[in-house]
Design a protein around this ligand. Sequence first.
Ligand code: SAM
Length: 389
Amino acid sequence: MKYLFQLGHQPQISAAEITAVLSLHRFTASSLHHRENFLNLETDQQLNCEGLIEILGGTIKIMQKINFANIADYLLTKKSEGKIHFSLSGPDSRQLALEAKKTLKSAGCSVRYIEPKNTATILHNSLIQRQTDLTIFANEIFVTKAIQPFEEFSQRDYDRPQSDNKSGMLPPKLARIMINLAQIPKNAAILDPFCGSGTILTEAMVMGYGNLIGSDISAKAVADTEKNLEWTKDNYLLSPISYLLCESPATQLTKHIKPASVDAIITEPLLGKPLTGRENIEKLQAQTDELAKLYIDSFKTFAKILKPGGVVLFIIPKFLYKDEWVEMDCVDKIKKTGFKTVPFEILGSKSVEHLTYHRPDQHLARTIWRFVKKVSVDHLSAPPGISPC
Ligand SMILES: C[S@@+](CC[C@H](N)C(=O)[O-])C[C@H]1O[C@@H](n2cnc3c(N)ncnc32)[C@H](O)[C@@H]1O
């Protein structure tokens, strides 16, 4: 089966997420083309596109190849359903669409071509139900099977009761991508030790993870996370889910969480003061050193509370100074606290040590790393379970 994924605005991250999710669900897939915002895959089994789009954070559309030589032949199979509404994307799409329209009209069909402006156009014209949103890619025709539930993402981003614009919020789609990159089962105990207003935990809750722990040095952040988790529960009609929250510096979590009891830490830590782009290099370097120390000290604690083989999805920022990035030299020191890095596989590309999330208007980029706690004999006998915060 051939599929085409339209990737979000950080295509490398989206492709790594698809690779991680397909591998977690044991699908064998090979890449046919990976071009700009598209990943074209061949799989051994049929994909449940509607189910998959509900899981992924970085994919805009999932399309499946149809075995028709031209668009008009395919659309003619829809003749019995009444007026044919369709849209077409890809090279020369407008001209090809007009030619198809002419052919269909001469075959006695009533037909309307809809310019493919954005995903909202597709939804409002029910083109998914009609199976008539078409894309031409590598000389093959694909029909859209599923589209990102973007209204739900934006509801969680903008309508939740508490947000913290000062310390910054992770976009919910990126939170979801990080959770997927951790490749963990639904019963995993997930901790966000810098939970802020709880974006990662709320996204994990929506995805069906039911063993959540959040902590933050700020009492307000903990209270905000609680309000947002309750709001998410109410809005998404989720079955009872337990979570634990506590106010604590990340470096002192052993006072609240039992040794070797956490499966995964997924977090965006303190990223430093918001930047204007006018900071001098000394200031940026001082901020970088301070954050590196916090991260290394936090990993010393993570090594104690994580189970052996436990995973950490962690954001390390880098800062723009003039045209150069000021990067943080902390990965080797983190590894010395008992971790190894696990590269991200990407179908159709080489695997990478880290992924980078950056928007052109920002002076900060987030690099995403996956660490795994090395298995050591001392931790194997530690009792599982979480003690209340
Ligand atoms: C960038 S924000 C996290 C935002 C979060 N991902 C969200 O979307 O809401 C970083 C958080 O780290 C917290 N923090 C700062 N220093 C900390 C420390 N030493 N230990 C734990 N939390 C800390 C801050 O209070 C802040 O809420």
